[in-house]
Design a protein. Structure first.
Length: 332
C-alpha cells in the first residue's frame, strides 16, 4: 500500500486458471495482513448498482413521517431508520442517517444470552415497497460472494476451503443504506472504529470521497474506485488468526456543504452464537502473528453476537434504554 492507494484485487482472477487464482489468494493474504483493507473489482452489472443507489436515494427523500414509522427505536433488534445525528461512535455524534437491515428472523423471545435478542424481523417502509425487493436481491448476491471470499481466505491461510462454513450456518447479515449530508462545521461522518465481525463489503457512491483508513503514520484517504468494493476484515478475523490478520480502524469525514454521500456497507458474519473457528496457521505465517488487540475499552469476544451487541449498545443508547435497560452499562 502507498499513501495514495489500497491494493486492488480482481475477482475475475478466480476464474482465470489455477495460477491466477493462487496469485489472488497471495494478494488477499498480503493485503489483509499488512493493511486490513483492499479494493475488489466485482464485475457486477452497472444497472444493478444504479438501481440500488436509486432506491436508496428515494428512501432518504421520503417524508420524515414515513421514515419515523420504521425508526430504530421501535425495534429491540436494532433494525430500521436512524435519524440524522442519531448514532454515536466513541461517544461522539455521527453526522449521518441510515436504515439498517439484517437477516430476516421471526421473533424468538430469547433474552439470554443477551446477544440473541439481536435476531428478529426487519422494518420496511410502506411508502417504498420496492426497497425490500431491491435490497434483498443485493443481500442474496453478496452472500454468495461472501462465501466465495471466505473460502479463498481459508485456502490462503493454509486451511481447507470450507473451514469457516459451519460457523455461517446460518450467516448473520447486516446491510446499511447510509446518507452523509454535507456540512460546514462538523467533520465526523462516522468516527474511528473497527468492525465487530468477519467481513465487510462496502459500496461507495461513484466519485464520493471521505473514507479514511488508519496507518502507522496517520490516516490514508480512500477514494472510490470504479467497479470495486472496498473490503475490510473485522475483529473476529483477527481473533481467528491470533492477530496475523488485523481489524483496521477506519472513519468517514462528512462531505462538503451543499453535497451528500451515499454508501452501502454489507457485513457478512457468522451466526450470533457460533464461536469463530481459529485457523491453524502454517509455521511461516504463525511466526508473524501479533496477538489479538488488547483494549480495556473494547474487549473483543470470540462470538459475533458478543461483539455486535457491544457495538449496538454503544452506538444506539436510545434503543438500548427503551428495549434493553437491563444491559445498559454492560457494553464493555
Amino acid at each position: 500500500m502507498t499513501r495514495d492507494a489500497l491494493p486492488v484485487l480482481d475477482l475475475a482472477d478466480l476464474d482465470a486458471g489455477p495460477e491466477a487464482a493462487e496469485r489472488f489468494r497471495e494478494a488477499l493474504r498480503t493485503a489483509t495482513h499488512e493493511v486490513g483493507f483492499f479494493h475488489l473489482r466485482h464485475h457486477i452489472d452497472l444497472a444493478v448498482i444504479e438501481e440500488l443507489f436509486d432506491v436508496a436515494r428515494r428512501f432518504f427523500v421520503l417524508p420524515e413521517e414515513d421514515k419515523r414509522a420504521i425508526e430504530m427505536t421501535r425495534s429491540p433488534h436494532f433494525r430500521g431508520w436512524t435519524r440524522l445525528d442519531g448514532e454515536l461512535t466513541q461517544g461522539q455524534v455521527d453526522h449521518r442517517e441510515q436504515i439498517d437491515v439484517g437477516t430476516e428472523r421471526e421473533e424468538s423471545g430469547i433474552v439470554d444470552p443477551p446477544y440473541m435478542r439481536l435476531d428478529g424481523p426487519n422494518q420496511w417502509p410502506q411508502a417504498l415497497p420496492e426497497l425490500r425487493t431491491v435490497v434483498q436481491a443485493w443481500i442474496d448476491r453478496l452472500e454468495v460472494l461472501g462465501h466465495r471470499l471466505l473460502a479463498q481466505w481459508a485456502l490462503a491461510l493454509g486451511a481447507p476451503a470450507d473451514h469457516f462454513v459451519p460457523t455461517f450456518a446460518p450467516a448473520s447479515i447486516l446491510l446499511k443504506l447510509v446518507r452523509y449530508p454535507g456540512t460546514a462545521d462538523r467533520s465526523q461522518g462516522v468516527g474511528a472504529h473497527s468492525d465487530p465481525g468477519i467481513l465487510t463489503l462496502l459500496l461507495i457512491e461513484p466519485g464520493k470521497a471521505g473514507l479514511q483508513v488508519q496507518a502507522d503514520d496517520g490516516w490514508i484517504d480512500v477514494p472510490p474506485t470504479d467497479d470495486c468494493f472496498v473490503v475490510n476484515i473485522g475483529e473476529l478475523m483477527e481473533v481467528a488468526t491470533d492477530g496475523y490478520l488485523r481489524a483496521t480502524q477506519h472513519r468517514v469525514t462528512a462531505p462538503p456543504e451543499g453535497s451528500q454521500r451515499l454508501s452501502i456497507p454489507f457485513f457478512f458474519n457468522p451466526a450470533l452464537d457460533a464461536p469463530v473457528p481459529s485457523v491453524d496457521l502454517p509455521p511461516e505465517l504463525a511466526a508473524r502473528t501479533r496477538g489479538v488487540t488488547q483494549d480495556a475499552a473494547n474487549v473483543i469476544g470470540s462470538r459475533y453476537g458478543e461483539n455486535l451487541l457491544k457495538a449496538r449498545l454503544r452506538a444506539h443508547p436510545d434503543v438500548a434504554a427503551l428495549h434493553h435497560a437491563d444491559l445498559v452499562g454492560r457494553e464493555h
